[in-house]
Design a binder for this molecule. Sequence first.
Ligand SMILES: [Zn+2]
Ligand SMILES: [Zn+2]
Length: 195
Amino acid sequence: MDFDAYAKTAVDLVNVRLDTLDDLRALFADDREWMRESVADKEMAVFRRAQRKLRDVFEAGAAGRDGDAVAELNVLLETFPVQPRISGHDAGDWHMHVTSRGASASAEYLAGAAWGLGVWLCEFGSARFGVCADERCGNVYLDTSSNNCRRFCSERCATRSHVAAHRARKKAAVDEVAALPSTAVAPKAPVPVGR
Ligand SMILES: [Zn+2]
Ligand SMILES: [Zn+2]
């Protein structure tokens, strides 16, 4: 795993629903099977708390509060210290892995998430932390677009939102014509009603 992959584990955690222990287990990828097996019910509270704090980091970055994003991440880094280790899946493919100094799934996952997000911030800046512009969604994302213009967490949210905006504009145009004094405009054809 590189720091990018660790940063994505922070995104995954913020965007997941944490109602049951199974929700939490689903968060762990296949190469983290030991976490799935060992994670305990009492760790739910730790994950939920970290989830809120990580969301704060994304909201601060997205709102231009760079200093807050850094301060909040520093608190997380202090709470979940990492133990770096050089690792290679194939010989010669050396890269850094981070583990926690404890042995629990929560300590390990959260250490990696905070570290990855911290390195990501130093590399790309907190302005590239995003919260989906669709209010019904609220998912967070890392904006890797070339001009930092991404507004939605996914293609699905972007499409849904564009369709809604298009309908709203169409309706506004119809309402505007209907509101004009009858002498001002005499439409030749009936005004279509947007649906
Ligand atoms: Zn690796
Ligand atoms: Zn979304």
